[in-house]
Design a protein around this ligand. Structure first.
Ligand SMILES: NC(=O)C1=CN([C@@H]2O[C@H](COP(=O)(O)OP(=O)(O)OC[C@H]3O[C@@H](n4cnc5c(N)ncnc54)[C@H](OP(=O)(O)O)[C@@H]3O)[C@@H](O)[C@H]2O)[C@@H](O)CC1
Ligand SMILES: Nc1ncnc2c1ncn2[C@@H]1O[C@H](COP(=O)(O)OP(=O)(O)O)[C@@H](O)[C@H]1O
Ligand SMILES: [K+]
Length: 568
């Protein structure tokens, strides 16, 4: 798993390395600039050659022979300092480079100042305003080095306009302009993945984004990715994300911790990667799939009970049940109101079926050997649902907490408590997993919803929610955040080369609830938090494996292929 560092953690790491005498800030800046330049030529090898009329691009540009040209937009901090290093390195490769600076050179921090002065001794630096940018010759490459991890407020309107003035390279009949962002497209907050608004009017052509951030084709960040590269608007704005090593040693402990929950103050990206290298799937997530250990009979792999809705509302429960069974639960029983028994009987074979009248009859259909419940999908918001939730949560194994049945609470099982979330949190315990989408999350934790939490990141919001509920919370989305009480958190990103837009389909969440229960209900299951991470990963793998046209039912049927693919 790759550790994601906040701006403060990145700064602390840099400071510690510099104070230890292992490296100077200037050397780090040089390596950062070099890393960006290397990434540019790796991404666009064609830029290594001069623009010539012999190439398609050159012919379009109507030039006989020309030097490649870059526009480097620099800001008032060290991100701008990286920009001046990049300008110098591109010039050394024969490029024509136009540089622009926002702010007063005399107020640049020392390392940035040194690189500015070195560049400015031989080259002009223009003020970063739209008019100057527009007047400059059309470049092959725009380097956005205005703001990085030091962004503290919305981008000022004049910088906004200047960032947009460079053109997006998509104009017809003109050669492409590639945009590379240093650390991040300026304006993106790397802790939250949000664009800090207030910098200018919303441009209708940009849809839900204000015209404050120019999307990058390539974003190059240093040492470790940051949460904002994966959260919220980050993936849509960053283009391709490249992480370059700048020789900051740092604490590799978290990266080594495969199979244990994250430390309280750390966040990790859920992926089969160990110390920066790909990890064979049979080690992760394979080690968290109990049946892969070739041991046990069906009762060792748990009995999951899934609640279904009434007549005509059973699909969600059936999909969750089938997912739980496919991913490895030994037995799965669907329980439904008596009126829906016939409908469900027509649709189920391997999944067992029982009718239950009300919460007081739960004991008739679920004995003490039930190790997992899924409750909520399709059930409807009602006192009946609340009653079932309470009776399921009351099932405890005395003082042996680790033997409490796992309870996956989703959909209406959550929304039924919107009027009084506290009455739910009195019952939730450490073996519960709440799997809300944004709307359900806002109903249970209104003060932590995006509209109310201000500058707090989605990660910190889910951490606070997990503390309040005393259980694991998985907040869904392309940026799924998982947190447990005490601060441990991870981020599962269906982004970049793991994008899974086809998952935005009705019922996909029901399948996820079933996967979590099916993996965690086994008597041989590992730590609950780790199992939830694995379920989130398998869910997206199934979507990616199936691809376009996916509907929720396909996820479960694709699972055997995914499990085989990871070497089980
Ligand atoms: N840390 C590392 O390990 C390494 C870091 N490196 C590089 O350094 C970058 C971080 O540098 P950084 O800390 O100087 O922050 P940066 O993003 O340049 O911005 C700070 C400046 O912007 C200003 N400012 C902020 N918001 C503003 C706004 N809306 N509108 C106007 N002004 C605003 C802010 O002003 P202030 O808030 O202080 O008034 C301050 O002057 C990092 O992203 C990476 O590229 C690499 O060289 C190698 C290793
Ligand atoms: N654009 C997307 N990219 C990746 N995953 C997504 C995307 N949109 C939704 N998902 C995932 O699909 C599932 C949808 O669940 P949910 O909103 O509960 O839908 P439903 O209630 O219809 O099952 C979640 O696991 C969520 O993370
Ligand atoms: K930047």
């Amino acid at each position: 798993m790759t550790e994601l560092l906040t701006a403060a953690q990145m700064r602390a790491l840099e400071r510690a390395e510099i104070e230890s005498g292992a490296v100077t800030g200037l050397a780090l800046m040089e390596r950062a600039g070099q890393g960006v330049v290397d990434a540019i030529f790796a991404q666009w090898p064609e830029l290594a050659a001069p623009l010539s009329a012999d190439t398609e691009e050159g012919a379009a540009a109507d030039v006989a022979q020309s030097r490649r040209r870059a526009m480097v937009l620099c800001g008032p901090g060290n991100n701008g300092g990286d920009g001046f290093v990049i300008a110098r390195m591109l010039k050394a490769r024969g490029w024509a480079v136009d540089t622009f600076l926002y702010g007063d050179p005399a107020r640049l921090p020392p390392d940035a100042r040194a690189n500015h002065d070195r560049w400015a001794a031989e080259n002009p630096v223009s003020l970063l305003v739209a008019a100057n940018v527009q007047r400059a010759p059309r470049p092959d490459l725009i380097v956005d080095a205005v703001f990085g991890i030091g962004l503290t407020r919305p981008v000022p309107p004049e910088v906004d306009k200047a960032l947009a003035a460079g053109g997006d390279g998509r104009a017809a009949n003109l050669p492409a302009i590639r945009r590379v962002a240093v650390d991040c497209p300026s304006g993106l907050n790397l802790d939250t993945g949000m664009v800090q608004r207030g910098g200018g009017p919303v441009d209708p052509d940009f849809g839900r984004w204000p015209a404050t951030v120019s999307m990058a084709d390539l974003t190059v960040t240093f040492h470790s990715p940051k949460p904002g590269h994966y959260l919220g608007q980050g993936p849509a704005l960053c283009g391709v994300l490249k992480v370059v090593d700048i020789g900051l040693g740092g604490d590799a402990l978290e990266r080594g911790m495969i199979g244990v929950p994250p430390d309280a103050d750390r966040v990790r990206l859920v992926e089969p990667v160990h110390m920066g290298r790909p990890l064979p799937g049979r080690i992760w997530p394979g080690a968290l799939i109990a049946k892969a250990r070739h041991a046990g009979h069906k009762y060792d792999h748990g009995h999951v009970v899934v609640f279904a809705g009434g007549v005509g509302r059973g699909g969600a429960g059936r999909m969750a049940a089938r997912a739980a069974l496919r991913v490895g639960a030994g037995l799965v029983t669907l329980v439904c109101p008596p009126a829906a028994l016939q409908e469900n009987a027509c649709r189920l074979d391997a999944v067992m079926l029982r009718a239950v009248r009300g919460p007081e009859h739960l004991g008739d259909v679920a004995d003490d050997r039930v190790t997992g419940f899924v409750i909520g999908p399709g059930m409807g918001v009602s006192e009946r649902t609340r009653g079932f939730v309470r009776s399921v949560l009351a099932r405890r194994a005395g003082d042996r907490d680790w033997r409490d049945p796992v309870v996956v609470l989703d959909a209406d099982g959550l929304s039924s408590f919107a009027a009084d979330p506290k009455s739910l949190f009195e019952w939730t315990h450490a073996r519960c997993v709440l799997t809300p989408h944004d709307g359900e999350f806002a109903r249970l934790f209104p003060d932590l919803a995006p509209s109310r939490r201000g500058a707090m990141s989605k990660i910190d919001a889910v951490r606070a929610a997990a503390d309040r509920a005393g259980c694991v919370i998985l907040l869904k989305g392309a940026d799924t955040v998982i947190a447990r009480p005490g601060g441990g958190a991870s981020l599962h990103a269906a982004a970049y080369d793991r994008a899974a837009p086809w998952l935005a389909t009705a019922g996909a969440g029901d399948v996820l609830a079933g996967l979590i229960a099916g993996l965690s209900a086994s008597g041989l299951a590992g730590d609950l938090f780790n199992v939830v991470e694995a379920a989130a990963w398998l869910h997206v793998e199934a979507a990616r494996s199936f691809g376009p046209g996916l509907i929720a039912e396909d996820l479960t049927e694709e699972l055997p292929k995914v499990l085989r693919g990871i070497g089980l």
